[in-house]
Design a protein around this ligand. Structure first.
Ligand SMILES: [Fe+2]
Ligand SMILES: [Fe+2]
Length: 310
């Protein structure tokens, strides 16, 4: 049997009101300028419409959304992102959401996470704290938050000490249950995956923890590009997958919207596959991309691409 998990990220939902007049938040002002000058021509509602149609057609068993649902963390963007996810028409038990750095631009962001995305960010027992744990099909989803408020021009993330402690316990507990553990973290944890000003604080500590306790897969966003990296685990390497921004469409050839479906082999997780889906600018819809093994024979990054504003 195959259990399918769609990994979508960096929706950066285009929202009608991008900036509130009188807002003295410098980071937001700069973000607004960046949106108006550049990003609004590249993160398109029509690509997200096509994504929704593709997800409805393929009907994956589970959907993971790994942060940067918004651009400036504005109230109306939270409203729009909640509506977009609701409109997928999928039961809240079949969706997990974590926040990204763009979602933490404004004060009160933690309350907004809970208010608008709380139904998709809680553990099986209803507890709303990170990491949350959701057992679904043959796997357990472990949702972290690396979203912190940062200074202008910084897109860094961090896992709090409390989260780190709980993560250690959770990895042990789920490991004893012998369920494949899939960690969601907006920022990439692998070494050198993001430039310093966009990276995860103390990512080495996380890698050391995973090298000791293990997990079976890490899913991330943030870089707006495809990653298929491997990090050290206690019993061999652990795959770390990043996906492109699901709303992206530029006039250039390289970048269009992307997401991926993990086809989990419920008998042997190491035989699971990744099915890539790409937005086709000419057809105006998401189409089938490459299907590759989750545990490749040669362990090296799948792609290397130029930097995009994450
Ligand atoms: Fe990000
Ligand atoms: Fe992003």
């Amino acid at each position: 049997m195959t259990y399918t998990i769609a990994h979508i990220t960096d929706l950066h939902i285009p929202s009608p009101q991008k900036f509130e007049q009188g807002d003295k938040n410098i980071k937001r002002m700069l973000g607004h300028l960046s949106w108006e000058r550049n990003r609004k021509t590249k993160h398109l509602a029509k690509v997200l419409d096509a994504l929704r149609e593709d997800l409805k057609e393929l009907d994956p068993d589970y959907i993971c959304i790994t942060g940067d649902q918004t651009n400036l963390g504005l109230h109306n963007e939270f409203v729009a992102s909640e509506k977009w996810i609701d409109d997928l028409g999928v039961s809240e038990k079949r969706i997990s959401v974590i926040p990204g750095n763009h979602d933490a631009y404004g004060p009160g962001f933690k309350q907004n996470f809970r208010k608008f995305w709380g139904k998709w960010m809680k553990s099986d027992d209803g507890v709303k704290e990170y990491p949350y744990i959701r057992r679904t099909g043959p796997v357990a989803i472990i949702g972290l938050s690396s979203a912190i408020r940062t200074l202008p021009f910084s897109a860094k993330g961090a896992i709090s000490k409390e989260q780190f402690k709980r993560l250690e316990q959770v990895l042990k507990k789920i490991g004893e249950e012998e369920l494949p553990r899939i960690i969601l973290c907006h920022h990439p944890i692998q070494k050198g995956a993001a430039k310093r000003r966009k990276s995860l604080w103390f990512s080495k500590k996380i890698r050391n923890l995973l090298a000791k306790e293990g997990c079976e897969l890490v899913l991330h966003g943030h870089n707006h590009k495809i990653h298929h990296d491997m990090i050290d685990g206690p019993n061999g390497s652990i795959p770390v997958l990043g996906a492109g921004s699901a709303s992206y469409c530029s006039s250039g050839k390289k970048h269009t919207g992307h997401y991926q479906i993990i086809a989990v082999n419920d008998k042997d997780f190491k035989k699971s596959k990744i099915m890539h889906r790409h937005y086709d600018r000419d057809e105006g819809k998401y189409t089938k991309g490459e299907t590759v093994s989750l545990y490749p024979q040669t362990e090296q990054p799948a792609t290397k691409d130029e930097e995009i504003d994450a």
